[in-house]
Design a protein around this ligand. Sequence first.
Ligand SMILES: Nc1ncnc2c1ncn2[C@@H]1O[C@H](COP(=O)(O)OP(=O)(O)OP(=O)(O)O)[C@@H](O)[C@H]1O
Length: 440
Amino acid sequence: MPPQIFSSAITLDGRTDGAVDSREKLLEFCFDYCYWSVDPADPHYASQEEVFQDLGVSVLSGASEGYNVCLFAYGQTGSGKTYTMMGTPDSIGLTPRICQVHHWIQDVVFSLCPRSFLEIYNERVRDLLRQGEQKKRASLRVREHPEKGPYVQDLSQHVVSDCKQAMDLLEEGIANRITAATHNHDASSRSHAIFTIQYTQATLENNLPSETVSKINLVDLAGSERADPHYCRDRLTEGSNINKSLVTLGIVISALAQNSQMSSSCQSINSMASEGDGSMVGSHSSSLSGGGGGGGRRHCFIPYRDSVLTWLLKDSLGGNSKTIMIATVSPSANSYNETLSTLRYAAHARNIVNKPRVNEDANVRLIRELREEIDRLKSMLLSFEMRNPSPSLSDERDGNLSEIVLQNELKVTQGRHRWLHLPDRQCSSQLIKPVFFHLI
Ligand SMILES: Nc1ncnc2c1ncn2[C@@H]1O[C@H](COP(=O)(O)OP(=O)(O)OP(=O)(O)O)[C@@H](O)[C@H]1O
């Protein structure tokens, strides 16, 4: 997404709340997009479609390029997170629109899009799509794979073949989510919900296989709110767990932002130093390397595991993912403090620099590289033969090159065999069928 930076300002001016002081303050925040969706009659009113065109389309294009993408909504309770992420039957939100991912991809040999939907309620993970009442209530374990990162053990994965099935699945999950009435909102989400689409696409580029696997995480967080002693015990426990995980999220975001800023200042000092004279280079680089980076300051420890939410979003927040944060705020002057805190949160998040990479299947990459090598060797053979028509001169070299070509072709055959017989391909073989996608 090309960054379009506007500057926003919120003021104390115009507040009607009597408890508020009358000082006028101007606070500035940077953001990429800003939407006003209070009054549909307003000329600046932003519809769900407009939000999708800006954010949803970049999620889909990131995933189709092979990147992991995460989109999460953060904000005060009742400020419109669920409305933005899920929407209403009359005005569908980002998740159902993104669910129609099939329609956006062309020229794909096959694609697998298993989806899962979980909620984190009181620091426990529940599967929102598990059949059977008892299974729905069971909490699942979070584990960490050394390469793939944190995942939920035994989370059900569902493959759908059309938009209708995708929508049914989403609606089933939303209906299973825990909501309760609070002072600000009569159907407040009491859990964080993560809808994941695992998107695999295989294509043939110049007759060479290419396969990327990307993950789209769509996250609707529970809203932050102040504890009220008049709530019942369940509401208080939920509230304290929600706040605890949001505080951890805040700490993780701040620490990541601090580390990213430290890395970028290190880089600019290094580049300034390398542009300067020799003595400067020596003094700067020694102080940086001696201190472990950041001019003697160490990178902060990131407490991902302090909450289930941050643990599961580890990659999305500070790793291999393109991540978009939507900060929802209320237009009410009474919400001034929450609005300010949400904007500060978002401002910190904006400083994080992730390192997304294209998630290409290692076998397929090897096959492609070997094929490229074979083509290169074949053209070398050809040009060598043309330059040395005498058979006696070219025989030995010819033989060596031909041998390498043969060996590589054998590796390609073995690699293709391994790729086609990977366990996930076998167990879901009924799902792998050639599909020809068209844009609607
Ligand atoms: N832009 C909007 N246009 C129309 N209605 C909206 C808009 N934003 C929110 N609403 C409505 O306001 C109410 C609260 O919104 P929503 O449920 O999205 O809040 P939330 O931030 O998810 O709250 P919580 O954290 O308590 O779950 C809902 O009835 C929703 O439909």
